[in-house]
Design a protein around this ligand. Structure first.
Ligand SMILES: CC(C)(COP(=O)(O)OP(=O)(O)OC[C@H]1O[C@@H](n2cnc3c(N)ncnc32)[C@H](O)[C@@H]1OP(=O)(O)O)[C@@H](O)C(=O)NCCC(=O)NCCS
Length: 161
């Protein structure tokens, strides 16, 4: 666990730094960065009513990562972790773990029952899969060829209550 780590809800002033995190994450394609930006803009347009929540992690006041999550529409208290990313140079310091556990704590307070995370089966997402497993998530479903032929969609699940 790194010292001087602070987690807090995102503010509009954080957007450029979050875009740097997204653009500096080699796993994300330009199309994925565009969608992540749209989600962030939706959140900033209406932080309380958008259905998205965004937390940022700062080390020594410098933004090092973020997480975006929210309730899944048309479910009773099921939540989705939509996005999590930590700057490559700040990975493996416990920042992802702190972001995810803070999101889970807030979801629990909102009476969320379970958290889901979708990801890809490709090699580049291996560390993300290891990270989710290390945080108590279990593989709940596989949709063969979901993203593209040979790239399955995986859903990881964790019960929170
Ligand atoms: C997935 C990600 C958010 C993890 O963040 P992180 O801050 O590096 O993770 P942590 O330091 O909190 O790691 C917690 C645990 O997860 C596991 N883990 C994390 N990175 C790992 C890796 N590269 N290889 C194996 N296990 C890993 C370990 O068990 C680790 O505990 P340890 O360091 O004590 O062994 C980060 O790797 C990332 O931003 N990846 C690129 C973006 C991405 O793929 N996001 C997910 C899809 S939206």
């Amino acid at each position: 666990m790194t010292h001087n780590l602070r987690l807090r809800p995102m503010t509009p002033a954080d957007k450029p730094a979050i875009m740097q995190v997204l653009k500096g994450t080699p796993e994300f394609t330009p199309a994925e960065v565009t969608i992540a930006e749209e989600v962030i803009d939706t959140y900033l347009g209406d932080p309380k009513g958008s259905g998205y929540y965004v937390l940022v992690a700062e080390i020594d006041s410098s933004l090092a990562g973020y997480i975006c999550y929210g309730p899944v529409p048309m479910t009773q208290d099921t939540w989705d972790i939509y996005w999590i990313a930590v700057l490559p140079e700040s990975q493996r310091l416990g920042i992802g773990k702190s972001l995810l556990s803070s999101a889970e704590e807030r979801i629990r307070k909102a009476r969320g029952r379970m958290a889901l995370i979708e990801t890809s089966s490709t090699k580049q997402y291996e560390k993300a899969r290891q990270f989710y497993r290390s945080q108590g998530y279990e593989l709940a479903s596989i949709i063969d060829d979901f993203y593209s032929p040979g790239d399955d969609g995986l859903i990881f699940k964790k019960l929170l209550l």
